[in-house]
Design a protein around this ligand. Structure first.
Ligand code: AGP
Length: 605
């Protein structure tokens, strides 16, 4: 949701802070700011808009100093303007924050009654005021401890103090915070990705922890202000190529990486000589699983929905897919014989993490399918299944989605064969078909120009619908989300069979409609639904592997995907719906990698 960074060093820190903020901009880009300590004074500089705007300000008016904090914001409380930008400073303290303080109104009134005044509309400013007040009667540790105890809600904090010219403080509850170790300098950051250019030695704060960074050491404390030790992880630099290269934007790069992503993921999990899937030590023995529950948000939820169809298709198990923000509050019957699978690219999505914590509190068996190995969801799951997609920077998830589908499909087949729900012959055929998918994705990626042509139909559209049945339905949902979040055009993903129960009323002459119609067992019924749309003036983009001239005179456009096993058409259907959203957004001059109002990792509920 927001990105924070803090550095204490033996040299000027502002350039390193700006560089780290640029890596964190995918988390939020409404406003940016920095505070450093210079000659015993806090110097705060901040602005609305991107980090580039802040950099221009610093060019005119440099912020020197060998310790400081920085922030990029995704607004939760208060409009994205200069006053509400972080850091929030008093004369004694400066604070950057990621999260939501749920008792900020109460605290604001309490401290107003004490005579303090507030400059911003943010929840964060109450932290600044509280620290300032506690500093008057407490040493540093007690000031921090007392402040954190009064806060309700979630936070990752970076703090500097006027009277402590050799340290930076970090604290965490609910929102991630990493600590990086340098040579004569140390760092805090919202995630390790922001620190990777400065160090590969990382520790992680857990909820309730706070830390004090000096340039020569880091001290960690628990919620009882007792000193604790933290494990130091050495991060791999696998796929650290989070640069655009010669692509126009990260999204086009990440779409085009998907053949490699699936190939890499399959290779990571498949022992090709034995044709075995290396998903070992499931937290529940496959034969003993009563039910599988899949939980995620947004695109990750759509991969959960896809897996639900696969698990129903290949196993005898009962299965549910839930949106995390619903699951976490539902009064469902949690069962120790159920396997709870949490899907999340970032591994930090607040609702998904909360849903995981709900299961852990009930001692249930959990599995995390993530792209960030050192994320909170990874570290709190009984079993972690990485998707190995490498850093995904574009806010709209593409290669992570395909990576999630790959791991979920492999997991389904592993459970199915272990439970003897499928024969070894069927298993071998399914694996063989999956191994062909990377090449078929590559073939589909090479047809990008076909989609570019039809994108124009959409730029003036009031809205559109994506229709699919069965295994195509989750991809219809994903296609609609992609178009919404990239081009800001309203789009609905719908079960094609549902159209006649109301949504058909939306169809009017010239309205673009995308119909996902691979030649699977739902094909004929989907074609009937498509005809209902055409009869009412809908202009259909049909995405299919059918090579016949079905309806070709009545449809606006047909995009041909290669033929494959009907259970994995979804991998190929995904490519044109990603390209469609991309090219419509391009034609509308939308910001491809940083769509308005969004952030890459939603770490608040
Ligand atoms: C995907 O295109 C969206 N940006 C969004 O729905 C995302 O999938 C969702 O916020 C979940 O994120 P996660 O996978 O990091 O948990």
């Amino acid at each position: 949701m927001c990105g924070i960074v803090g550095i204490v060093s033996n040299k000027s820190v502002s350039a390193s802070i700006i560089s780290a903020l640029k890596k964190l901009e995918y988390r939020g880009y409404d406003s940016a700011g920095i505070s450093t300590l210079i000659n015993g004074q806090i110097k705060e500089q901040k602005c609305s808009g991107r980090v580039d705007n802040l950099e221009k300000i610093l060019f005119q008016n440099p912020s020197s100093g060998d310790l400081g904090i920085g922030h990029v914001r995704w607004a939760t409380h208060g409009v994205p303007n200069q006053v509400n930008a972080h850091p929030h400073s008093s004369e004694a303290v400066s604070v950057v924050h990621n999260g939501i303080i749920e008792n900020s109104d109460t605290l604001r009134n309490e401290y107003k009654d004490k005579g303090y005044s507030f400059k911003s509309q943010t929840d964060t400013e109450v932290i600044t005021i509280m620290l300032t007040d506690f500093l008057k009667q407490n040493d540093l540790i007690n000031c921090i401890h007392k402040t954190l105890k009064k806060l309700e809600g979630s936070f990752a904090l970076g703090i500097i103090f006027k009277d402590y010219n050799n340290l930076v403080v970090g604290a965490r509850r609910g929102s991630p915070l990493a600590v990086g170790y340098g040579h004569n300098e140390n760092f805090i950051g919202s995630d390790s990705y922001a620190l990777k250019s400065m160090t590969n030695k990382i520790s992680y704060l857990d909820d309730g922890n706070f830390c004090i960074l000096y340039k020569e050491k880091v001290e960690f404390y628990n919620s009882d202000k007792k000193k604790i030790n933290k494990e130091i992880f050495e991060l791999s630099y696998e796929d650290n190529t989070a640069e655009k290269g010669d692509y126009r934007d990260f999204m086009s790069k990440e779409i085009n990486e998907q053949s490699y992503t699936t190939k890499k993921c399959i290779n990571e999990y498949l022992n090709t000589s034995k044709n075995e899937i290396n998903i070992l030590n499931l937290p529940l023995e496959a034969k003993k699983i009563r039910k599988i529950r899949l939980i995620g948000c947004g695109t990750a939820y759509h991969s959960c929905l896809m897996a639900k169809y696969w698990i129903e298709e290949f196993t005898s198990l009962d299965v549910d897919a839930d949106i995390a923000s619903e699951f976490r509050y539902r009064r469902i019957k949690l069962d120790p014989n159920d396997l709870y699978i949490f899907v999340s690219q970032s591994g930090e999505t607040a609702d998904t993490l909360a849903a995981l914590e709900k299961c852990k509190k009930n001692n249930l068996k959990t599995c995390g399918i993530v792209n960030v190995l050192e994320s909170s969801i990874a570290r709190n799951s009984d079993l972690v299944l990485p998707i190995h997609a490498g850093p995904e920077i574009g806010v709209a998830s593409t290669k992570a989605f395909i990576g999630q589908l790959t791991v979920l499909y492999l997991l389904t087949l592993k459970i199915a064969i272990d439970r003897k729900d499928i024969s070894s012959e069927e298993y071998s055929k399914l694996i063989l078909d999956l191994r062909n998918i990377p090449d078929l994705i590559e073939e589909t990626l090479n047809k990008q120009k076909d989609i570019q042509e039809i994108a124009r139909d959409f730029i003036k559209a009031k809205g559109t619908m994506y229709l699919g049945r069965g295994l195509s339905f989750p991809i219809a949902m994903e296609g609609a989300l992609k178009l919404k979040e990239l081009s800001y055009i309203h789009a609905e993903g719908y079960a094609a069979g549902e159209m006649k129960h109301g949504p058909l009323a939306l169809i009017e002459d010239g309205m673009p409609v995308i119909v996902l119609a691979p030649k699977d067992r739902f094909y004929e019924k989907t074609i009937s639904n498509m005809q209902e749309v055409i009869a009412r003036g809908g202009k259909v983009l049909m995405i299919t592997d059918d090579t016949s001239e079905t309806m070709s005179e009545n449809i606006r456009f047909k995009f041909q995907i290669p033929k494959t096993n009907s259970s994995i058409n979804s991998f190929l259907l995904t490519i044109p719906i990603q390209f469609l959203a991309y090219h419509v957004a391009l034609l509308k001059n939308c910001d491809i990698d940083k769509p308005r109002n969004l952030a890459k990792s939603v770490t608040v509920e």
